[in-house]
Design a binder for this molecule. Structure first.
Ligand code: D0W
Ligand code: ZN
Length: 582
């Protein structure tokens, strides 16, 4: 088996290398190289897979670790397609990613038309900072015209081929293949259950934010069905509302917890942000970033070439080389993202000596939760003041509520979006939703779960889901919904060790070696055991639970209940009202 392990290592290293080169230097040559490398990777993976099929009686193996590795290797994924269909699938995926990452728009800018505006940083900045209702609507609409629409027909092909691949792996449809790594037969039910648990709290939060936006933009700009227009929430996909903090803050005059200004004033650089995050990990007794990380990572947007700016963390599967790629801006949002990416790297470092098949998170949600978990401590006012990013700090009720609001704008607003991104794709893959109504199905979920509506009518030539990175990039998303739930479970467990008598929302685990050790033990296991066992190691329970998230925001729920006395919580909707009947 360890011979196979070496082969798998070399295979993965070659593939990741080619992908890194393309992502950090987008040229036709590098794209061709990546395509060649990917087909080679798929062919060799398939050969190994066919080998393993011969040991089909692997279930009888005594050694549990060996049995588990063979079971993971028994699912090949997309590469199970025959060579020309597999090539077609790779071409479609590459084409969708190219369309998305090269999309740009024209916008009316003081009298003339400005063209070549890209998502990062141009459009994201407008969505975050503009309060001009019409400019926001134009930006929202034109991005979807440029990035979403051209992907629609490619996506239909993607689903057709993906479902064929699922069948070749012994599954019914592509959603079953996507869910395989979760090893949880009732996974969809567990997710729905978690959503039911948090939904009442989300709806109250939605009512509060809607009330504040109505006051700011005027009642005539708010739909009468109680939904919030998607373009005024500070984000291109309304997935995180942190950028409208100034509009919804409980105590606007109070010290803002957005330390971006202070970071710039203190000449923070991307490097300093990464060093700050590294220090938090090592103060917990975790593994410091190794030499190659500092030498090879790309943490600033290069000026001499095109790159994929979407932040990411990379494991080169050689137990030495780990990198992040980020077009870092010096602000608080990116300080959080740096911690998120460093959380991935820490996980890679902790499980690097596992067999290759176990070098994954206990489940994909675990991998997404680590960085955010540490960021929960970093973003407390107390910690920010400790690292000199917040001056004349004194804990009081107003500061607490402003902090709670800022955290809810990041975490609570995200929950329905994290769910619907895959609920929509599962329905399409499984055939539960018709391919002729993909956009209607998208807006059904956006209305039903998120209470967000399109600022202009949509139709079936639009493909609004395609305007979100993870759809053309075919990156599964439910991992983020799970992460936003379990990171609070982990936070509560580590806080019970580090600061047992501190309210959860004020807890900072910084420097607590015992908490660090509890975390390190769980991370070092990778996916070598089923995730409920690792969940039990971390939290004492085998199950996911939204209770710690709800507890973290207790002060905020009380405040919101007072504020929304005259508001109708929730919304009604009729998706026909937003779809042009074509
Ligand atoms: C080689 C490779 O691909 N590696 C994987 C890691 C691995 O699989 O090992 C990887 O780096 N994926 C990139 C992805 C980037 C980000 C993302 O896409 N975030 C979601 C959802 C979200 C939003 C807010 C938030 O606070 C946390 C998550 C979004 O932006 O919608 C962008 C900013 C944050 C994380 C990531 O790091 O997860
Ligand atoms: Zn991540």
């Amino acid at each position: 088996m360890n011979k196979l392990n070496d082969v798998l290592e070399k295979l993965n290293t070659a593939q990741v290398n080619a992908s890194w080169i393309f992502n950090t230097n987008i040229t036709n040559y590098n794209e061709e190289q990546l395509l060649k490398e990917t087909s080679k990777y798929n062919k060799e993976q398939k050969a190994i897979w066919q080998e393993i099929q011969k040991f089909s009686n692997y279930k009888q193996y005594q050694d549990p670790a060996l049995r588990r590795q063979l079971e993971k290797l028994s699912v090949l994924g997309i590469a199970a397609l025959d060579s020309n269909e597999s090539q077609k699938f790779i071409n479609i995926s590459t084409e969708m990613e190219r369309i998305y990452s090269s999309a740009s728009v024209c916008l009316p800018r003081n009298g003339s038309l400005k063209c070549g505006l890209e998502l990062e940083p141009d459009l994201s900045n407008i969505m975050a900072t503009s309060r001009d209702y019409n400019l926001l609507r134009e930006t929202w609409l034109r991005w979807r015209d440029s990035a979403g629409r051209p992907i629609r027909n490619l996506y239909l092909e993607y689903i057709r081929l993906g479902n064929k691949a699922a069948i070749k792996n012994g599954f019914k449809t592509l959603d079953d293949l996507w869910l395989f790594p979760w090893e949880t037969p009732d996974f969809k039910q567990q997710i729905e259950q978690l959503w039911q648990e948090v939904m009442p709290y989300y709806q109250k939060f939605h009512a509060y934010v809607r009330m504040k936006l109505r006051k700011f933009y005027g009642a005539e700009r708010m739909p009468n069905d109680g939904t919030i227009p998607a373009h005024i929430l500070g984000n291109m996909w309304a997935q995180s509302w942190t950028n409208i903090f100034d509009v919804v803050a409980p105590y606007p005059g109070k010290k803002s917890l957005d330390v971006s200004e202070t970071m710039r004033a203190q000449n923070y650089t991307a490097l300093r942000m990464v060093q700050l995050s590294d220090k938090f990990f090592t103060d917990l007794g975790l593994i410091p970033m190794p030499g190659p990380f500092w030498r090879e990572s790309m943490i600033n947007k290069p000026t001499d070439r095109k790159v994929v700016c979407h932040a990411s963390a990379w494991d080169f599967y050689n137990r030495k080389d780990f990198r992040i790629k980020m077009c870092t801006n010096v602000n608080m949002e990116d300080l959080i993202t740096v911690h998120h990416e460093m959380g991935h790297i820490q996980y890679y470092l902790q499980y690097k000596n596992q067999p290759v098949t176990f070098r994954e998170g206990a489940n994909p949600g675990f991998h997404e939760a680590i960085g955010d978990l540490l960021a929960l401590s970093v973003s407390t006012p107390k910690h920010l003041s400790k690292i000199n990013l917040l001056s004349d700090y004194e804990e009081d009720h107003e500061l607490t509520l402003n902090h709670q609001m800022q955290m809810a704008l990041q975490k609570v607003s995200f929950l329905p979006f994290g769910y619907l991104m895959d609920a929509w794709r599962w329905d399409l893959f499984s055939g539960k939703a018709s391919k002729n109504e993909m956009n209607r199905h998208w807006w059904m979920y956006r209305l039903k779960l998120q209470g967000v509506s399109p600022p202009v009518k949509r139709n079936e030539t639009d493909f609004d889901a395609g305007a979100k990175f993870h759809v053309p990039a075919s990156v599964e998303y439910i991992r983020y919904f799970v992460s936003f739930i379990i990171q609070f479970q982990f936070h509560k467990s580590l806080c019970d060790i580090a600061q047992p008598n501190v309210p959860l929302h004020q807890c900072d685990i910084d420097g607590n070696q015992e908490a660090g050790q509890r975390l390190a033990k769980a991370l070092a296991l990778g996916s070598s055991q089923e995730w409920p066992k690792t969940m039990e190691m971390m939290t004492g329970s085998r199950n996911m639970s939204a209770k710690p998230l709800i507890e973290y925001f207790n002060p905020l729920w009380k405040y919101i209940d007072e504020q929304i006395k005259n508001e109708n919580v929730g919304w009604n909707f009729n998706v026909n009202q937003y779809m042009e009947n074509n």
